[in-house]
Ligand binder design. Structure first.
Ligand SMILES: *[C@@H]1O[C@H](CO)[C@@H](O)[C@H](O)[C@H]1NC(C)=O
Ligand SMILES: *[C@@H]1O[C@H](CO)[C@@H](O)[C@H](O)[C@H]1NC(C)=O
Ligand SMILES: *[C@@H]1O[C@H](CO)[C@@H](O)[C@H](O)[C@H]1NC(C)=O
Length: 600
C-alpha cells in the first residue's frame, strides 16, 4: 500500500514550499509526494466516527495553457519534494455563476482532482468511485458540492472528483486537425487514467472503479463507455440524468463546427482565413475573455447570427474528432458496436427533469413562488425549446406533441396551468426517453442494468426557485450526503436523512458488487423495503426502483411517451418530409434506438 498511512515526522522545505505536520497524511504517486489533510467524520444523525484523509487540488495533467490550449491534456511532469494537496485547485474558466463562490478561483490552469480516503484497518483495497460533474459542458467543477467525505465515511469507498475544460476552451472544434475538439472529454479520460495509474497508492482497487456523473457528467460517463479509447479503466457506471440518445448536445457536422469557430474568432478579434491561423490567434487570446462565451443562451444566439443557421443547444458540443470518437456515439450505442461487455450499469432520472428547461425558458419566473404558464406561452416554448430547425417549426410534430401531453380532460378551462405539461414534455424528450433507449439497448445486449426514478421533492432545493419540484440535479444532495458536509449548512428532514443514507448505501454497494441491494438484514432499510429487492431492468419487464422517502418497485416508466419520442416522432418526420433521411440527422446527433420491440 505504498506510502498510505505513513506520516511525515519532519518539517520539509522544498520546491513547493510546505510545512508538513506530523498528523498530515502523505502518499507517493508516480509524479511525486503528496501531503493531504485529515478530517473526522462524525455527525449526530449517523453513528459513524471515522477519519478521512483528504487530498484536494492534485494536478492530474500539465496546465492546458499557452500552446497547450485546444490540445489533448499532457501528462503531469513529476515534482521534487512534497506537493501540498490541501485545498481545491482552481475551477475551469466559466461564466460567473453561483458555483464560483463555493469552488474558489477560476483559471485556465484547472486540471485538478480530489481524493477522499476513509482510514481503515482492513488491508483490502477499497472500491473507487470517480465523479464526473455536470453543467452542460460550460460550467461546474469537481469542487465543493462534491466533497467525497460522507460517501467515503458512510460507504467505505474512495471518492474522486475532478475538473475538466469547459465551453470553447474545452470543446471548440475547427472540424480538422488544427483543433479537433473534445479536449474536455480527453481531460476526463486523463483523470480516469490517473485513477487507474495512481489509486493503489491511496489504498484503492484499480480493478473496481465506478464512474458516476450527473447531467453532462452522466452523458460523459456514457461517452466513456462508448469510446474505443477507454478499455479496462473502469468497471461500473452510474448515469444520473444524461444519456447518449439526447438530441442537441453533440455534433457530427464539421462544416458547422468550423463556421462556429470562425464566428467565435470574429467576436474576439481573430478573423482569419484558415483554421490554422484562427487557432494560432485564439491561442493568444486572454483566457478570461472566453468567459463571455460560456453562457447557454446568449453565446448561441450571437453565433447563430454570424453562422446563419441553427446550432446545437450548446455552441461548442462534443464532436466526432476521429480520436475519442471515430463515429457518432449514439450510433455506436444503437448497434452495440463496442467491446466493453460485462459492465454493470445504473441509469436514473428525476420525476421533474423538464423544470430545468422551463426555468431557462421563463427567466422572469425565477423569483415567483409558483409557476404558472398559460396556453400561449406553452405553445411558444414547447417547440422553441426543442433542438434543431426542423423540430422547432414542423406543425405535424407540434400537433402530435400537444395530443400526447396536454391534459385534454381540462383543456377547456381558460386558466389551465400548462407548466407541468411543458416540464413533462421536455423532461421526457431530453432525459427520460434517452435513458429509456439506453437502458433498453444495454439490457438487450446482456449488460446488468438497474434503473431508478427519483420522485421525492426535497425540502431544500438546489435551485434558487420555489417551484422546481423533483427537478434535475436534486439527486446530488442525496448521493453526496450534503446534510453531513461540514460548512455546507444543508439540513434535511429526519426522513430525508434516512433517504440520503439509503441512496448512499445503494450507490456505494453498487460500486462494490455491481448490485445496489444490501443484505436483507441491513438496518438502513425498512422490512418492507428490504423484502423487495431492487430488480434488474430487463426487456420485457422494464422494472425500476422508485427512489423516495420509501423505496418501492415499479415498471414501464413512461413507456408510451418514450415510444412516442423514440419511434413515432422520427417516423412522422420522415413521412412529412421523405427527403429527410431521419430528423435526428439534422443536427447530426443520430437516430434514436428503437424503444420497443414493436416494428410498425
Ligand atoms: C471519535 O473518535 C475519536 C477517536 O477514537 C474520539 O477521540 C472522539 O471523541 C470521537 N468523537 C465522537 C463525537 O464520538
Ligand atoms: C400569457 O402569459 C403571458 C406571460 O405571463 C402574458 O404576457 C400573456 O398576456 C398571457 N396570455 C393570455 C392569453 O392570457
Ligand atoms: C444556515 O442556513 C440557515 C437556514 O437556511 C441560515 O439561517 C443560517 O444563517 C445559515 N448559516 C450559515 C453559517 O450559513
Amino acid at each position: 500500500m505504498a506510502f498510505y498511512g505513513v506520516h511525515c515526522r519532519v518539517a520539509v522545505f522544498l520546491s513547493v514550499l510546505c510545512f508538513v505536520f506530523a498528523d498530515d497524511p502523505m502518499v507517493e504517486i508516480a509524479s511525486g509526494k503528496l501531503v493531504g489533510k485529515s478530517e473526522t467524520f462524525w455527525h449526530p444523525d449517523v453513528n459513524i466516527n471515522r477519519t478521512i484523509h483528504i487530498y484536494e487540488g492534485i494536478p492530474y495533467a500539465e496546465p492546458p495553457v499557452g500552446d497547450l490550449r485546444f490540445r489533448p491534456p499532457q501528462s503531469k511532469v513529476g515534482w521534487d519534494g512534497v506537493y501540498r494537496a490541501t485545498n481545491f485547485g482552481s475551477a475551469c474558466i466559466q461564466a460567473i455563476d453561483p458555483l464560483e463562490e463555493m469552488s474558489g478561483t477560476l483559471s485556465e490552469d484547472c486540471l485538478f482532482l480530489n481524493v477522499y480516503v476513509p482510514v481503515t484497518h482492513n488491508t483490502d483495497r477499497l472500491p473507487v468511485m470517480v465523479w464526473i460533474h455536470g453543467g452542460v459542458f460550460i460550467m461546474g467543477s469537481g469542487n465543493a458540492f462534491f466533497k467525497g467525505t460522507p460517501l467515503a465515511a458512510i460507504g467505505d469507498v474512495i471518492a474522486v472528483s475532478f475538473n475538466y475544460r469547459l465551453g470553447p476552451l474545452g470543446f471548440l472544434s475547427t472540424g480538422d486537425e488544427h483543433a479537433p475538439g473534445n479536449y474536455g472529454l480527453l481531460d476526463q479520460m486523463a483523470a480516469v487514467q490517473w485513477v487507474h495509474d495512481n489509486i493503489e497508492a491511496f489504498g484503492g482497487d484499480k480493478d473496481m472503479v465506478t464512474l458516476f456523473g450527473n447531467s453532462a457528467g452522466s452523458l460523459s460517463c456514457e461517452y466513456m463507455l462508448l469510446s474505443p479509447l477507454m478499455q479496462g479503466l473502469f468497471h461500473r457506471v452510474i448515469m444520473q440524468s444524461g444519456n447518449v440518445f439526447v438530441k442537441g448536445y453533440f455534433s457530427t457536422d464539421s462544416r458547422m463546427q468550423r463556421k462556429t469557430a470562425h464566428g467565435l474568432g470574429k467576436l474576439v478579434g481573430c478573423e482569419r482565413e484558415t483554421t490554422e491561423e484562427l487557432i494560432q490567434c485564439l491561442r493568444a487570446v486572454q483566457a478570461e475573455d472566453f468567459k463571455d462565451f460560456m453562457d447557454i443562451i446568449a453565446t448561441k444566439d450571437k453565433l447563430e447570427n454570424i453562422v446563419g443557421q441553427t446550432l446545437p443547444n450548446i455552441a461548442f458540443p462534443p464532436v466526432v474528432d476521429g480520436y475519442f470518437f471515430t463515429e457518432n456515439p449514439s450510433r455506436v450505442a444503437e448497434t452495440m458496436a463496442f467491446t466493453k461487455s460485462g459492465l454493470d450499469l445504473m441509469f436514473g432520472n428525476m420525476a421533474d427533469e423538464g423544470m430545468f428547461f422551463v426555468a431557462y425558458g421563463m427567466p422572469d419566473m425565477w423569483e415567483e413562488p409558483k409557476l404558472t404558464m398559460n396556453k400561449t406561452v406553452y405553445e411558444s416554448l414547447m417547440s422553441s425549446l426543442l433542438p434543431g430547425a426542423r423540430m422547432k417549426t414542423d406543425q405535424a410534430v407540434k400537433d402530435a406533441i400537444k395530443l400526447m401531453y396536454i391534459s385534454w380532460d381540462d383543456a377547456d378551462l381558460e386558466d389551465l396551468n400548462y407548466a407541468d405539461t411543458l416540464s413533462q414534455q421536455l423532461g421526457d424528450f431530453y432525459f427520460i426517453c434517452p435513458a429509456d433507449a439506453s437502458a433498453r439497448a444495454y439490457a438487450k445486449a446482456g449488460f446488468n442494468v438497474y434503473r431508478y426514478h427519483m420522485t421525492h421533492v426535497p425540502s431544500k432545493s438546489t435551485w434558487p426557485f420555489k417551484w422546481m419540484k423533483a427537478a434535475h440535479a436534486e439527486d446530488l444532495q442525496f448521493v453526496f450526503g450534503w446534510h453531513f458536509v461540514d460548512g455546507m449548512n444543508w439540513t434535511m428532514t429526519k426522513e430525508e436523512v434516512e433517504m440520503t443514507l439509503k441512496v448512499m448505501k445503494y450507490w456505494t454497494n453498487f460500486a462494490k458488487t455491481g448490485n445496489p441491494n444490501l443484505p436483507r438484514d441491513d438496518a438502513t432499510f425498512s422490512e418492507e423495503e428490504a423484502r423487495h429487492d431492487w430488480p434488474l431492468f430487463k426487456v420485457p419487464g422494464l422494472e425500476y426502483r422508485e427512489i423516495a422517502l420509501t423505496m418501492s418497485n415499479r415498471r414501464a416508466l413512461k413507456a408510451k411517451e418514450c415510444s412516442f419520442w423514440n419511434n413515432f416522432i422520427p417516423k412522422l418526420m420522415k413521412n412529412t418530409d421523405p427527403a429527410m433521411k431521419c430528423f435526428a440527422d439534422e443536427d447530426g446527433s443520430g437516430k434514436y434506438a428503437e424503444s420497443a420491440n414493436i416494428e410498425q
